[in-house]
Structures are given as C-alpha cells and as structure tokens.
Design a protein around this ligand. Structure first.
Ligand code: GLU
Length: 554
C-alpha cells in the first residue's frame, strides 16, 4: 500500500473512480479537423462586463468559423461572491448580442454531454482528480491558519521575497501522510494544496495564439486546490473542466497570463494535454491621463447592460468590439458596407496586444453606420422591442402610430447619402417625437422659438399663405422653388446672397422662410428634411398645426 493511500481514502471515501474513468466518460469530441472548442466561463458575481462580452464574442466567432463548439461554464465555486440570478442574466445578455452558447449552462437548464456545466455540481469530478493527485503524492493537506499565512507573508515582505506558499515556506508539505491523517481525524481544519515541482529560476514556454511564444518563470507555488468548504479553486477547477469539456483553445483576458505557469503545471501533472491559449487585451479607460481597467464601480460603460438600456443595437457594440479584436475590421466594413460579423474573417494575428482604450466616439460612429443600414420596418420592430422594456413613452407612440412612425424613420434612409443621425434607440424620440400630435402639443405648449426679428403679422401672413398654397405633390427641388416664391410674395429674398447684397430691401431670405415653417410645424429650429416632414404630416395636419400657431400669435 502506498503511504498516501490511507489518507486519500479517508478524505475521499466516496471516490472509487479514476481519471482514466473520466477520460472514458468525457471522450474527445467528434468534430471535423480544425474545429475549435471554446468557452466563456463567467463567475455569477454580477453583471456582464464589457470585457466578458468581448471574450464571448471572440470565442463564439472562433468556434463558429471552424464549425466547432462554443459553450458556457458557470464558475460558481466562490459562494460568498455569488449574486443570485446573475447567471441567468448573463445568458440573457449574451442572447441580446446573439452570442449565446449552444452548449453548457443556458440559464435555467444545461445542454450538452460534457456537463454538469456548473462547477458547484462537479464536486465529484474534482474529487476524483484530487484523490489521484494525492495518491501520487502531488496533493497534500495544509493545516496553516489564516494567521500563520499572514505571518509568513510579513516575513517574506521584510526579506523582499516573493509572497506565497512555496519552498521552505510550504511547511505542511513535509508533514507525513500518517501524521496528517491523525490531525484530520482530530478535526483540524485543512485545505488541500498542490505539490509543485517547479523551479522559479527555470522558464516555461507556451504558445499564445495572439502573442506568440511566451517565456515565463515556472510555477513553484503550492496553490490551494480544494478549499476548506470542499470546493475547488479557479486554477484547479478550470484545468479539470477545460480538459474534460474538451476545450481546444482557452480564450480569456490577459490578466490570466501570469497564472498560466500554474495552469500548465496542473495540466501536465494531471496527464492532460495542454490546450491552446489566446489571452485577449483588456479594455481600459483613460483616467486623469492614466490608463486603467474599466471599473465596475466607477464606469457605467463597464457594464453591458448600460448599452442595452441605452439602446445600442447589438450589432453596433459587436462591430465596435470586433474593431478592437481585429485592426482590419473597420476597413473591411467601409469596403463592404456590412456589419455582419459572420461574413468577416477573424484572425488572432490581427489582434492588438496591449490593453485597448474604450472609445465611445468609435462606438457611436459604428452605431450610426449600423442603424443607417436598417430598413425602416426593421428599425421600427427593433424600437418596439427595445422601448417595451426601456422607454414606455416611445413604446406607446410607436404602437399607436405604426404607419406614421415607419414613415418618419424612413426619412432619407437608404442609398448613398443615407442619414446617419441616430446613434442609438434613445435618440429616436427626441428627433421624431414631434410627428406625434400629443408630443407636438407638449413641445409648443409654452410657445414657438420663432426668430424675434420677424413680427407676428409677418409670420401669420406667411403661414396662412403657405397653408393655402403648398402643393404636396411637388418633388423636393420644385417644392423648394415654391417656397422661394412664397418668400418673394412676402418680401423675403430668394437666397441669402441676394439678401446680403440689399439687406434693407428685404425682411429676410428663403432660409428664414423655411425656418418659420419648420418652427410652426415641428416646434424647433431643426428637424429632418422639411419636405419629407410635410409629406408625412399631410395637408390636414399641417393646416391644423398652422391654425394653432395663428391662434397662438393672435
Ligand atoms: N471565472 C473566470 C473569470 O470570470 C474565468 C477565467 C477564464 O476564462 O478561464 O474571470
């Protein structure tokens, strides 16, 4: 009997399976060559972070492009930090962006043959692996108290040494298994640590799909692999899970590079083939001239829900994130007038290595382009869906005025010179709200912003004439000539140039005439194309609004 057997059997009496049994239970996936298995492995500790969406987007894309699998594993072993319901919310938000996994933890149920996909339900699997490590002498119980560990840390700090549990500082490493067994039987609290065989002075080299070969000091830390509550730590659990879920490429944030030596030693010791790695750049923010990570506490844009609530179409944020992922994406969109990521060829080679700064202007730019490509009907449907959750007033108007809304959204849509004035769904109501009669009434209830240099009489006469003479069938340029003629009848020059040559001869120019009409019908000095506005409002409504202005001016 090996000297670890009694201890291992005492700690893991329930475990008779071996790693070899698990290898059979979770066989290699039957996928075509080149197919990548990727994953998103969030902890349910809050909202979906922008960086996590970035990771998911890339992992989803890599799997999709290679006919592979993208799955979600919920890393919920830190029960203290868990926020109830956040796992479901993460999946819901991934769905909004159409990067939801096809396998794994899908909110209220699991799908797939490599589960369970919640780490809290995989205790048995971890125990099998830890027992086997213990039998090989590569895992041992550690009885150090928090206070003892703190004292060690202070000594290390004073000696300017690397903090941690390693070498001679790893005092429980040398406890004989027979003695450890007595202490456990005595009820001494313990955790289980990995026994590292690494040497900090040696280098381990691993290949990163983005960064090339990375050479980094070997791990020599005896890290905790099973906490006192019986649950594993991230380092250990993810290695076991990525292996038995048959992940081919681990795609995660660059903050994990420094832990990669631990992971590599774990994979090697457990007899698992190492996965490929791709460590993505972190999304940063400029704060007082310094770059820092987006912070959950300080930055609303750290949370993906900020963009969902703000009404950014999923495609906009995805396009923006893809422009961070691949430097040639923006050029590709400009050439192809397309934001469909499925059509774009993603490559790890084109990814920037350093933390990238979050760029709201860039996001807005992409969003305007994306929205400009929607058909009015599609835009309308999306707005209805979004406003139902986030903008009650807009929702009410959209539903009550479907035809009018679609016409309003269709103004100068499509074609080479499409309007690009909507950055997000939130922009819609302020820009087209005046089309709705009750919103118009609200806008003008305290008056109209007419240019004060024109008298009430001039405005009234001009508007009455306009209402009587306006021909709704005219094309834009012909119609504009009729506005010029209207102006001439009321002593307005037909152009700004002519007005400037003889400013005393005229009251104003055609631009002023258009502004008076606009202010009367819209309640503001700016609006979408006035000719389109007139066409959509129609004669009856224009007459009604003109009459309101005239009554107001009396
Ligand atoms: N649960 C880890 C996290 O949320 C996952 C890291 C990984 O992708 O391996 O940061």
């Amino acid at each position: 009997m090996n000297k670890y057997e009694e201890l291992a059997n005492y700690i893991f009496p329930d475990i008779s399976e071996t790693i070899a049994d698990l290898e059979k239970r979770y066989p290699k996936r039957n996928l075509s060559s080149g197919a990548e298995v990727t994953r998103f492995a969030p902890s349910p500790t809050g909202f979906l972070h922008l960086g996590s969406l970035f990771t998911s987007l890339v992992a989803h894309k890599v799997a999709k492009d290679t006919n592979g699998v993208f799955y979600l594993r919920l890393e919920d072993t830190d029960t203290k930090r868990e926020i109830e319901g956040s796992g479901e919310e993460l999946v819901r938000q991934l769905s909004y962006f159409d990067v939801a996994p096809e396998e794994g933890y899908l909110g209220n149920h699991d799908v797939g043959d490599y589960g369970p996909y919640r780490q809290s339900e995989r205790e048995h699997i971890y125990r099998v692996c830890i027992k086997e490590l213990m039998l090989k002498g590569r895992a041992y119980p550690c009885f150090c108290s928090a206070q003892e560990l703190e004292e060690t840390r202070e000594i290390q700090e004073a000696n300017k040494e690397i903090p941690g549990y390693y070498g001679d500082y790893a005092i429980c490493r040398t406890i004989e298994p027979s003695e450890a067994l007595i202490r456990i039987k005595n009820g001494d609290p313990y955790v289980i640590r990995f026994r590292s065989m690494g040497n900090h002075n040696n280098k381990v080299v691993f290949h990163d799909e983005i960064r090339g070969d990375i050479s980094i000091a070997e791990n020599d830390m005896d890290i905790v692999i099973m906490k006192s509550d019986g649950l594993p730590t991230y380092h250990f659990a993810h290695a076991v899970d990525d292996h038995f879920m048959r992940t081919t490429t681990v795609i995660r944030g660059e903050e994990w590079i420094s832990s990669a030596p631990i992971h590599i030693e774990l994979f090697d010791t457990l007899g698992f083939a190492r996965p490929k790695y791709a460590h993505l750049p972190v999304i940063m923010k400029l704060d007082n001239g310094n770059k820092r990570k987006l912070s959950k506490r300080k930055d609303p844009e750290a949370s993906v829900s900020h963009f969902i609530e703000g009404g950014y179409p999923a495609e906009s944020l995805k396009a923006y994130l893809m422009s961070i992922a691949n430097s040639n994406f923006e050029e590709w969109t400009a050439e192809n007038h397309c934001y469909d990521l499925d059509k774009f060829t993603f490559s790890f080679d084109k990814m920037s290595l350093d933390g990238v700064l979050f760029d709201q202007d860039k996001l807005n730019f992409f969003s305007k382009e994306v929205i400009a490509l929607f058909t009015a009907e599609d835009f309308y449907d999306r707005l209805v869906k979004w406003s139902k959750d986030y903008d009650e007033v807009l929702y009410k108007h959209l539903v009550a005025n479907k035809e009018l809304s679609i016409k309003a959204l269709n103004i100068e849509r499509g074609g080479e010179k499409a309007r690009k004035d909507f950055t997000c769904y939130k922009d819609v109501y302020p820009l087209i709200g005046f089309f709705y009669n009750d919103r118009y009434a609200e806008i003008v209830k305290d008056g109209y912003p007419f240019n004060e240099k024109f008298s009430k009489e001039v405005i009234k006469d001009l508007l009455i004439d306009f209402a009587n003479s306006n021909d709704y069938t005219l094309a834009n340029d012909v119609w504009f000539n009729s506005v010029k003629e209207l102006g001439i009848r009321h002593n307005f020059a037909e152009s700004n140039k002519i007005f400037k040559q003889n400013p005393d001869t005229y009251l104003g120019h055609v631009g002023d005439v258009a502004e008076i009409i606009r202010v009367a019908l819209v309640g503001a000095k700016n609006s979408p194309n006035l000719h389109c506005v007139l066409q959509i409002l129609g004669k009856e409504e224009v007459d009604r609004r003109v009459k309101l202005v005239i009554d107001y001016l009396k």
